[in-house]
Write a protein that binds this ligand. Structure first.
Ligand code: PEP
Ligand code: MN
Length: 332
């Protein structure tokens, strides 16, 4: 059960509510986000929730049986729109593109990419500066100095940035230079990181775990909300399966199913989803048709020399072709 409180609930009403909860043995957690105050109650079925709904200072009460509550559609039916600032939004109104390299490599690369994004009126650039790599010998990103450069070039061009945070200690140094925090597939169940991102007033895009289920992804999102941050975006990025012909198996099913189970926006990552450059366009279009709220696509001015994920990065010409196809699809 989720009880949404009026911020001006009187002491008397609050006591009345507490009495009902105690009488009915409801186990409660109090949650405050950047938008609202709530009580989550673990409740047995026979409590009449109308008793709670009738209290003056209670704005809303809903029974939610899912293991994830705040991110469930059983609590909030209307789609959530995430405000990134300056009129940039994710969710509910069209298809939001985020594009950029896997890793930020140089100022020149960022400038070239920004030009490419501006050409297509894309408002969000991706790029990692802290890179989770399977091998410790691989390029692991430019770090915080790279992030400052990335942010300042984008800010000068009115472009928002999304970048991966790998650990709790990075949040504080990153927060002023990030518009959306990305939680990578290897960290989807890093509950300390999710707790810490719940304390930040910046949107968080949560990737599905490498072998993570839909329910696990939604419960990870619940962690962020529970800790105080309602600005959450979900991302399907493919799963590890027995199939070895491509990097991951992009789970197209996840898009309509996540949208049915949750009010949060769902973004597709076709680049990691298939991992093969010449097919990234098809998976992007498939995700759009399946109802995704957007896509995050890896692009590179010279994929052949990219320091990470060049094999799945579109060059600018290929990206132009994809963008033209995307523009034709909304009619479908
Ligand atoms: C990335 O976006 O470059 C990345 C590392 O993604 P994932 O966490 O999905 O592997
Ligand atoms: Mn990548």
């Amino acid at each position: 059960m989720i009880i949404q409180l009026d911020s001006k609930i009187s002491k008397k009403d609050r006591e009345k509510l507490n009495d009902i909860l105690t009488e009915n043995n409801v186990k409660t957690s109090e949650i405050s986000t950047q938008f609202n105050d709530y009580i989550v109650g673990i409740v047995s079925k026979d409590v009449d929730i109308r008793l709670i709904g009738n209290i003056e200072g209670v704005k809303d009460v809903h029974r939610v049986t899912d293991p994830y509550k705040f991110v469930s559609k059983k609590w909030k039916v209307n789609p959530t729109v995430i405000d990134i600032g300056d009129g940039v939004t994710v969710g509910s109104n069209g298809f939001t593109l985020m594009a950029g390299p896997c890793s930020i490599e140089s100022e020149e690369q960022v400038e070239k990419t920004v030009k490419q994004l501006l050409k297509h009126n894309i408002k969000i650039m991706r790029g990692g500066v802290f890179k989770p790599r399977s091998s410790p010998y691989a390029f692991r990103g430019l770090g915080i100095e790279g992030l400052k450069m990335f942010y300042s070039v984008c800010k000068a061009n009115n472009i928002k940035i999304i970048t991966e945070v790998m650990q709790v200690s990075q949040i504080e140094q990153m927060v002023d230079y990030v518009d959306i925090f990305q939680v990578g597939a290897r960290n989807t169940q890093n509950f300390n990181l999710l707790d810490a991102l719940g304390k930040v007033d910046k949107p968080v895009m949560l990737k599905r775990g490498i072998s993570g289920s839909i329910s696990e992804l939604l419960q990870s999102a619940e962690y962020v909300f529970y800790a105080g941050n309602e600005k959450i975006i979900l991302c399907e990025r493919g799963m590890r399966t027995f199939e070895k012909a491509y990097r991951n198996t992009f789970d197209i099913n996840a898009i309509p199913v996540l949208k049915e189970k949750s009010h949060l926006p769902v973004i597709a990552d076709p680049s990691h989803g298939i991992g093969i450059r010449q097919h990234v366009d098809k998976i992007t279009l498939a995700a759009l048709v399946a109802g995704a709220d957007g896509a995050i696509v890896e692009i590179h001015n010279e994929p052949e020399t990219a320091l990470s994920d060049g094999q799945q990065s579109l060059n600018f010409e290929e990206f132009d072709i994809l963008m033209n196809k995307i523009k034709k699809l909304p009619a479908v």
